[in-house]
Design a protein around this ligand. Sequence first.
Ligand SMILES: Cc1cc2nc3c(=O)[nH]c(=O)nc-3n(C[C@H](O)[C@H](O)[C@H](O)COP(=O)(O)O)c2cc1C
Length: 364
Amino acid sequence: MSKLFTPFTAGALSLAHRVVMAPLTRLRADPGDKASALMRDYYTQRTSQGGLIISEATPVAREGYGYAGAPGIYEDAQIEGWRAVTEAVHARGGKIVMQLWHVGRQSHPELQPGGKAPVAPSAIQAEGDAYTPNGPRPFSMPRALERHEIPAVIDQFRQGAARAKAAGFDGVEIHGANGYLPDQFLQDGTNHRTDEYGGPIENRARFLLEITQAAIEVWGADRVGVRISPSGTYGSMSDSNPQETFGYIAEKLSVLGIAYLHIVEPRIKGTELISDSKPVAAQQLRQHFHGTLLAAGGFTGESAEAILQAGDADAVAFGRFFISNPDLPERLRHTLPLTEYDRTTFYGGGTHGYTDYPKAQSSD
Ligand SMILES: Cc1cc2nc3c(=O)[nH]c(=O)nc-3n(C[C@H](O)[C@H](O)[C@H](O)COP(=O)(O)O)c2cc1C
């Protein structure tokens, strides 16, 4: 029997099925980095009864911004647009959590207040491009955060979590994956600090654990999820001992009793499948994390069912297929063919490649 279409809980969230919409940056916000009416339509289309949506990554600070067109949650004026999204999702019987984001070094002075250098744990540059209003620009050399500046960054996550609550979300997910600021602290390739936020894993994990704790103070642990990408290399990431690093963080998050741990399989690099290996990360971290576990990265309906049957995950998040199949849960439930996605419309633009993917004939 299919396990994908059985209920499960993630902390305080009771869900009717296990096909989760992964966080997907689409860069279609209104001026002022406000969630747009078009975004509301897109999320409404992807809502299913009792299904869970994780919002696109949403910066908690102007300094945490790396992609022009991303919707923010760093100002009160950004609450209203998001409230329209959460109301529409709730009206269709779905649940939605906001992914809280700070890109750290994956940015560029053209996106930063005052044209300053982006911030990071250490002054080490990443390869790749930021999306500025003037087009792609190579990530620039970041400035290492001073020890005394760190509490203010943690507070930005706290305030983002509070605004997400005011906007009517069902919870928040800390974006600790894909080489952004919390991941930059966690992994030793990007963290060369010598204070209590660098060095041994107990110190490198401190930043992610403190922002998680800040979100917990706003929401309660049972409405806070965390996403990590063990051994992920996107954003020029590396770690000398990934098993220890990610085992440690999974164990600590388990003790905090968060709603779920969301794991991106290392076969995915950002938005691309780089190997066809079997999922491993969720299985390994199951030993360290005793709560609800979401797996993501390169899943099909069949392989999602397999990982659930094996007991290595409790739910599966789908990214690219949710872009091109607004009714993905229904299609998987009835084994209907999936529409292929068009990469050229992933980032920015209007309705094309966003809200104009059709539903399957037989689904409502
Ligand atoms: C267009 C696009 C945007 C993405 N944006 C985010 C994001 O905002 N936050 C995040 O954690 N992952 C993001 N990802 C990664 C996805 O959540 C997911 O991990 C990845 O696509 C692999 O899953 P899939 O094989 O089902 O697509 C993005 C992926 C794509 C294709």
